[in-house]
Write a protein that binds this ligand. Structure first.
Ligand code: CA
Length: 427
């Protein structure tokens, strides 16, 4: 076993909680966090362990943790301000407790089915930024607007991003109201205002940060990875018709600030260690990253992602969802998670515990690996047929979108990210 792995990653480890054994999302090797109104919980199989209740019951005395710090839904006020050693110690203690039959009498009575809980992201996010780090996404979108020159000259030198709105981050299951806004049809002399006719999703992952750097103090490349506490699913809902009229010259604004759905389960970077893989090789002739972007032991993760859609008619008939796209995060990125962190702070931007960095739409090299409808339908030119007989250029009212993610590695169990869903409602 690599020295970055420990007994919590042992694929043979089993929990005494029966639903955790070979669970498709939440085996004992995962242990993701979510928030609930009563406090932070960790998943094991179909169950959730409230951490404050476990501490109050006498578990984890050696950790020096105050139960009150876990009796709020959010980890960023305490745990995320500590550091990687404390994060790893808590994970090890949770893994040991859920594996050790001697802890069963104490902890089993505290377990609650997570299906019975109101699950929230386990952080309050003060600042949210979104990147554009998948070169396949950037190339596809660029090709629609600039067929001869899809990638702008800065793309291979600098991770492109923009500052998003933390105020419109919403939890899994929140209905997504179709936004209205100003658009201009291609041949129209003047713009009009009305409901978006080109509502889209964006398949993304969100990096949840821990720690704090002061204003004016960068995060050097060799410290970037330790700022990443974990990863969540993220759907950056986007109104393409509003976006295409408003985005020049300063980038997205209202087209992306009406809702961004955050999945509830925060899979820690510690849990993802066995799923680390090297970044895709840069194509021959591409520049090496500038020195400040050279992250030691740089890597990404093997995370299989899917987008599923069920129309209102499909839900009424209880039909299975249609898969719109499938992509592995490993194959998609030009810029690594560590590079996104160090670049973001390189000019002196303070990054706080609980901040969220979106990767940007995750698209792979294959047509089925395109992470939004803009790419899948090529701006609406090639509609997608659904099993209910309808077709989609963009999302209809009543459509339910679900993102699904699993970290995968040979010899290790898949680790799930739980749901990240939203149903479109009328403007
Ligand atoms: Ca985005």
């Amino acid at each position: 076993m690599s020295d970055t792995l420990d007994r919590s990653h042992d694929p043979a480890r089993r929990s005494w909680e029966p639903s955790g054994v070979r669970h498709p999302d939440f085996p004992i090797q995962n242990l993701p966090f979510a928030g609930t109104p009563g406090g932070v919980v960790v998943a094991i199989g179909e169950m959730a362990l409230p951490i404050a209740a476990a501490l109050e019951a006498g578990w984890g005395r050696g950790l020096g943790l105050d139960p009150a710090e876990f009796a709020t839904p959010f980890l960023n006020r305490y745990l995320l301000t500590t550091g990687p050693a404390e994060w790893r110690a808590l994970r090890l203690a949770l893994s040991d407790a859920l594996a050790d039959p001697a802890e069963r009498d104490r902890l089993a009575p505290l377990l609650v089915p997570h299906a019975a809980l109101e699950l929230l992201p386990a952080v309050t996010t003060r600042d949210y930024s979104d990147f554009y780090a998948s070169i396949h996404h950037a190339t596809n979108v660029g090709s629609m607007f600039r067929p001869d020159n899809p990638l702008l000259p800065n793309y291979k030198w600098i991770p492109i991003g923009y500052h998003g709105r933390a105020s419109t981050l919403v939890p899994d299951g929140t209905p997504i109201r179709r936004p209205s806004g100003q658009t201009r049809a291609g041949d129209a002399a003047v713009p009009t205002v009305g409901p978006s006719q080109a509502l889209d999703y964006e398949l993304e992952l969100g990096l949840v940060l821990g720690g704090q750097n002061a204003v004016g103090v960068p995060v050097p490349a060799d410290r970037a990875l330790e700022r990443i506490f974990g990863v969540v699913l993220l759907n950056d809902w986007s109104a393409r018709d509003i976006q295409s009229w408003e985005y020049q010259p300063l980038g997205p604004f209202l087209a992306k600030s009406f809702a961004t759905t955050v999945g509830p389960w925060l899979v820690t970077r510690d849990a993802l260690r066995p799923y680390q893989v090297a970044m895709p090789a840069r194509p021959a002739g591409d520049p090496d990253p500038l020195p400040y972007l050279s992250v030691p032991d740089d890597h990404t993760w093997s995370i299989e992602l899917e987008v599923r859609l069920r129309s209102a008619a499909m839900r009424a008939r209880d039909e299975a969802a249609a898969r719109l796209s499938r992509v592995n995060f490993r194959d998609a990125m030009y810029w690594s998670p560590g590079q996104l962190v160090t670049h973001h702070a390189s000019g002196g931007c303070a990054l706080a515990a609980g901040d969220l960095l979106g990767t940007g739409t995750i698209s792979g090299p294959d047509p089925e690996a395109r992470g939004c409808l803009l790419e899948l339908t090529w701006r609406g030119r090639d509609p997608i047929a659904l099993p209910d007989g309808s077709a989609r250029r963009f999302l209809d009212d009543g459509d339910e979108l679900a993102l699904v993610g699993h970290a995968t590695a040979p010899g290790h169990p898949p680790l799930g990210f739980g749901p990240c869903r939203g149903v479109i409602t009328a403007a």
